[in-house]
Design a protein around this ligand. Sequence first.
Ligand SMILES: Nc1nc2c(ncn2[C@@H]2O[C@H](COP(=O)(O)OP(=O)(O)O)[C@@H](O)[C@H]2O)c(=O)[nH]1
Ligand SMILES: [Mg+2]
Length: 317
Amino acid sequence: MSDEPTTRAGFCALLGLPNVGKSTLMNRVLGKRLVAVSAKPETTRNRIVGVKMVTSEIDGVETKTQIAYVDTPGLQDGRGALRRFMRDETTTAAGDCDVALLVIDATDRRGRNPGRLHDQDAQPLAAAIKRVPTVIALNKIDKVAKPDLLPLMEAWAAVEAHGPVDVIPIAALHGDGVERVEQAIAARMAPGPHLFPEDMVTDRAESFLAGELIREQLYHQLGKELPYAAGVVIEKFEERPGGDVAIGAIICVERDSQKAIVVGKGGARIKELGIAAREAVTELFACPVHISLHVKVVPDWTHGGAGLIKLGYQGKS
Ligand SMILES: Nc1nc2c(ncn2[C@@H]2O[C@H](COP(=O)(O)OP(=O)(O)O)[C@@H](O)[C@H]2O)c(=O)[nH]1
Ligand SMILES: [Mg+2]
């Protein structure tokens, strides 16, 4: 037998209701703020792959497992072409994955009940956990009373699934239990060669990641409804000889009234957005970043047509 470690690899979809902490968990696993996170639902719009290597001893053999995590928008109901796109992204990821990571918000009385899987909108998730090995992460346990947790773990361990499920209590925000989740996923991946280069972190271009971090600021700084009506197009992405990156981005909204809100009094809001976005993108790229933001009205773009495509939310291909 050779001394070389054996390898495993595969795709693991992060599945669950909106706002349960899927993107927070993805960022925690990757050790960087790669994907957008906010306290509002519908922050994530696309499938985004983040790659992480895990070394573990499986059946007494040192094993290097390359896990390609797929963050998803989660279950979406509601109307509109953008929401349909988000639903399709989730369904596709759920249908393609090798291991399902079902994330549950343990503080959500309705969502934390396994009976929620029987609802019509949850069918892609219910199907995924019956089709592939599944790990269930009960998230936000920092906000759950201990006596509530054990019955919850038992209830989820009993769900109808592909095989025995691991139910792991975690707090993605603080990192508790996250390594256990990674190990459990690795143990469920099939042996096989790695799928991506060793140093790869994501399938997305830097310009896409920058656009997401700019969009994330809209969720943090604006009211409840507006961020859904907003999208970001990167018009310029220049790596300058000195190592700086210059980014020009357009924030597209649907109405003039929304444009006025994003710009703010005397341009105050858009200035704040630019400052916060620059901070986030600088941290991610680890180099100096310049960002200039403009706002444009693209009427009804979330309802479909050329606007939706220009903003990067093409229908299923
Ligand atoms: N208290 C607490 N909040 C969390 C935890 N994980 C995520 N959150 C919060 O839950 C909200 C939704 O997180 P996000 O990752 O965007 O959820 P997603 O829609 O499932 O991707 C954000 O406000 C997070 O800060 C956790 O472990 N504990
Ligand atoms: Mg998300």
